[in-house]
Ligand binder design. Structure first.
Ligand code: NI
Length: 476
């Protein structure tokens, strides 16, 4: 018997997400046969920015998201510096890297332990463990006790990564220290020492606790290497410049088609945003974000999402740690639910080790800011990475103020609706064909969605039309 289920909301960040799936029995197996991912709220930050001083952009766009505000701030200042034609002192590059790195570590630890792991392990009979769900939890008592101890430790590490990021960011979340031309915080030795103190706790946790726990998960649930593949095209904008300029990042830019081991360069002018299935004006479909507009149209026939559908050369691309680790050559095992977790942990260690080295490169007497000259008119682009994937900002300045601003978030790539050609987005694609053992406890669907890290942390409502609503509170 075919039926439809909705998960609404799946996330409260990067646009609230709703997933609707159609489940049917195919060849004797109950499975997902159709999936629609939808952003359930209009964002509209692009419109707020019109007519403002360009230097407001980093402060305002950081408020798009409470989990990855650092990445929005960094994308905005890169975008403005591109428009201004200005460079930053090397000290500012390093301090920005350290702020961004702290946000990645915080985000990855939070994601694995607090958001993803409760789907797999037996925990106390309280949220978020869904103790009443009788699903395939395969860890023994001793393993579960250890993982629970690590969960509690992760909460502490998450806090420390936040405090570490505030040392040079000013505060976390929404660090106020970024501005076009550099950073406002000074690289005093006591701050460098404090940062190193936090890193000296975080790095061993990542290496000796987080990574082994992810490996244990992969050994215990190897079937998830074959579940949740998705489009398998991977895209990374790159981040963490390791030298002056933008040519030498720790995490390089590149694309991969269908799990190929060949990493290719990409042309950012081939990025288009389709809106045939989005609540935006059809006249704007297929525009590059440099020329993009944010013109809502609701209701609209055939539309089901507030996210546009970004495509590169007409194809959907998955973004995130797996894309970055694949492009960098650090992890190329495959594209799946479990590969996303392993790549994310691999990236956390690579980044934490690099951050230790960056601390040694700070010049405590060096400049952190170089005042740019504001042009009357210009265009700019800032490509970087948030914890959960490639992030881009585009701006157009006219008469000294912002005349256009567009943002494409990682979640827009991953959770995009169908494009103008009807091709599903990566998360939609990843859900097709996955088995659902018990329609009342669709744990398989949640495991796949969460592997993309769409910032889920509030509550998931599972509704079946025609029946009594079931509400499963995951976290209060
Ligand atoms: Ni976010």
């Amino acid at each position: 018997m075919e039926f439809t289920m909705s998960f609404d909301p799946v996330t409260r960040i990067e646009g609230h997400m709703r997933i609707e799936i159609k489940v049917d029995r195919v060849s004797g197996v109950q499975q997902v046969v159709e999936a629609k991912a939808a952003g359930a709220l209009f964002r509209g930050f692009e419109r707020i920015l019109i007519g403002r001083d360009p230097r407001d952009a980093q402060h305002i766009t950081e408020r798009i998201c409470g989990v990855c505000p650092t990445a929005h701030g960094l994308a905005a200042v890169r975008c403005l510096e591109d428009a201004f034609g200005s460079a930053i002192p090397d000290n500012a590059r390093i301090l920005r890297n350290l702020c961004g790195g702290a946000n990645f570590l915080d985000s990855h630890i939070l994601h694995f332990y607090l958001l993803a792991l409760p789907d797999y392990m037996e925990g106390p009979a309280m949220p978020p463990w869904q103790a009443d769900w009788k699903v395939d939890r395969r860890f023994g008592k001793a393993q579960s006790d250890t993982l629970l101890a690590h969960y509690l430790q992760a909460v502490e590490m998450h806090r420390k990564a936040h405090e570490m990021g505030a040392l040079f960011g000013g505060k976390v979340p929404h660090p106020p220290a970024f501005l076009p031309g550099g950073i406002t915080t000074s690289p005093r030795q006591e701050r460098i020492d404090a940062f190193r103190g936090y890193l000296d706790e975080l790095l061993p946790f990542i290496r000796d606790v987080y990574l082994p726990d992810v490996e244990l998960l992969a050994e215990t649930y190897p079937d998830y290497y074959a579940i949740g593949r998705g489009s398998a095209n991977l895209l990374a904008f790159g981040a963490f410049d390791e030298g002056p300029g933008t040519s030498n990042p720790l995490l390089p830019a590149g694309i991969v088609h269908a799990e190929s081991r060949v990493v290719e360069n990409f042309d950012h002018t081939a990025i288009r945003e389709d809106v045939a299935h989005s609540w935006f004006d059809d006249a704007d479909s297929g525009l590059n974000p440099a020329a993009g507009r944010t013109q809502a149209q609701h209701p609209k026939a055939g539309a089901y999402s507030w996210l546009k559908a970004p495509r590169l050369a007409g194809k959907p691309f998955e973004v995130g740690p797996l894309a970055r680790m694949w492009v960098s050559g650090d992890y190329q095992r495959g594209v799946s639910t479990m590969d996303r977790h392993r790549a994310r942990a691999t990236e956390a260690l690579k980044l934490a080790e690099a951050m230790l080295g960056w601390l040694d490169q700070i010049d405590t007497a060096g400049e952190v800011y170089s005042e740019p000259t504001l042009p009357a008119s210009a265009t700019g682009m800032g490509l970087t990475e948030a914890g959960r994937g490639a992030l881009g900002h585009w701006c157009r300045i006219e008469g000294g103020v912002l005349a256009g601003y567009q943002v494409i978030t990682p979640t827009a790539w991953n959770a995009s609706p169908r494009d103008d050609a009807g091709v599903p987005g990566p998360i939609e694609e990843s859900l097709l064909g996955i088995p659902v053992a018990d329609a009342d406890q669709p744990i398989e669907v949640m495991r796949v969605i969460r592997s993309f890290d769409p910032c889920l942390d509030c509550a998931t409502h599972v509704l079946q039309p025609g029946k009594e609503a079931r509400v499963h509170i995951l976290r209060q």
